[in-house]
Design a protein around this ligand. Sequence first.
Ligand SMILES: *[C@@H]1O[C@H](CO)[C@@H](O)[C@H](O)[C@H]1NC(C)=O
Ligand SMILES: *[C@@H]1O[C@H](CO)[C@@H](O)[C@H](O)[C@H]1NC(C)=O
Ligand SMILES: *[C@@H]1O[C@H](CO)[C@@H](O)[C@H](O)[C@H]1NC(C)=O
Length: 398
Amino acid sequence: MARFHLLSLLSIASLARALVLHPDLPSLLSDDDDETPLPLVIWHGLGDNYAADGLKEVGEIAQETNPGTYVYNVRLDEDPSADRSATFLGNLTLQVEKVCADLAKDPILSTAPAIDALGFSQGGQFLRAYVERCNNPPVRSLVTFGSQHNGISEFQTCGATDWLCKGAQALLRGNTWSTFVQSRFVPAQYFRDPMQYDQYLENSNFLADINNERILKNKTYKENMEKLENFVMYIFEDDTTVIPKETGWFSEVNGTDVIPLVERDMYKEDWLGLKTLDKKGALKFKSTKGNHMALTDKLLGSVFKEVYGPMKKGSSLKSQRPDALASYEKQLEILEEKNKAALLKAFKEAGVAGSAEDGLDAALAKEREERKQRILTEQARNFAARVQREHGPKQEEL
Ligand SMILES: *[C@@H]1O[C@H](CO)[C@@H](O)[C@H](O)[C@H]1NC(C)=O
Ligand SMILES: *[C@@H]1O[C@H](CO)[C@@H](O)[C@H](O)[C@H]1NC(C)=O
Ligand SMILES: *[C@@H]1O[C@H](CO)[C@@H](O)[C@H](O)[C@H]1NC(C)=O
């Protein structure tokens, strides 16, 4: 019995160590050179769900590229199949509102100095809507792959056995521009055919608004977009799913010509701050080979390395949320508690709850104390280094 207890204590101690997600918190407390990567929020595309394996792999690449990244997959429902359903059906005004509320109340995201955002396909324009309408927590880098920023002029075809897709598209037996369809069928809310421009302006429940195409422009949308440090837009060179594919760069395809963003009033009159972003080098038009969503780990890794990760020195976003870094310790503890709860549940199921629980608490307390000591030491070292930097010669005089 005693031996069992000791053994389980040992393995619990190593588990507890693994539980503490960031064992090394070197320069965390020095505001000057913070190495903590910003959290990453991912919004998946049509027909996908937040718990899909593919999305998990993307999260893993984010963590390999910038170790310690907290990844959050946007969901409209905790049930993955209901979440998938919401990619086809729903009122986007309400969907974006829900995501705004979810991100604002997430204990980790809401205390970060800023977040990064990654949108796949329609998730890209939805995250842009998040930036324009809410941006709390604020987005530092927004990356979109194969998104439909300027809408679609044809609905995508459903897979042969995708009954949900087919069922949702059956709504289109009604008029695309009817309130009935605009409040229910998600892709209809970013349908934009230049040949039906007046109907679009009058009835679009989503895109005409977030693109600030109506006479009354929303200044908040523009101001929020201008706060982005990077807005990277990828299109797929051989995309046959998104029509037209150039929509991923805000180009207008009018049947005969492809009119690039820079030649459009939207840019020239800067309805959305895209011109401002372009002038400061923050707007990036990128393309990659292959059909819709033909992503490689290598491409993702290189993008994540370039525009995600720790916040750079002197970032204007940082000064907007000066107290955010201080809450990092708290965030870690929340994560730790969550993992601990899951582990205790597993112990209970394995029938080793009693002694294991005590051991876990003791091991966690020890680990936490050690971490606090490490942080204090690091803090003292940083402080000494700063004093040395700022008052170096004077110190020698002393
Ligand atoms: C502009 O958008 C903001 C954020 O969504 C909203 O609070 C505000 O009411 C909008 N203003 C107008 C004039 O529609
Ligand atoms: C979508 O929901 C919003 C908020 O409830 C509502 O104002 C809007 O009219 C709805 N859209 C349509 C097309 O019914
Ligand atoms: C498309 O745009 C081009 C360039 O602005 C213009 O010359 C052409 O007439 C337009 N085509 C249609 C069908 O509107």
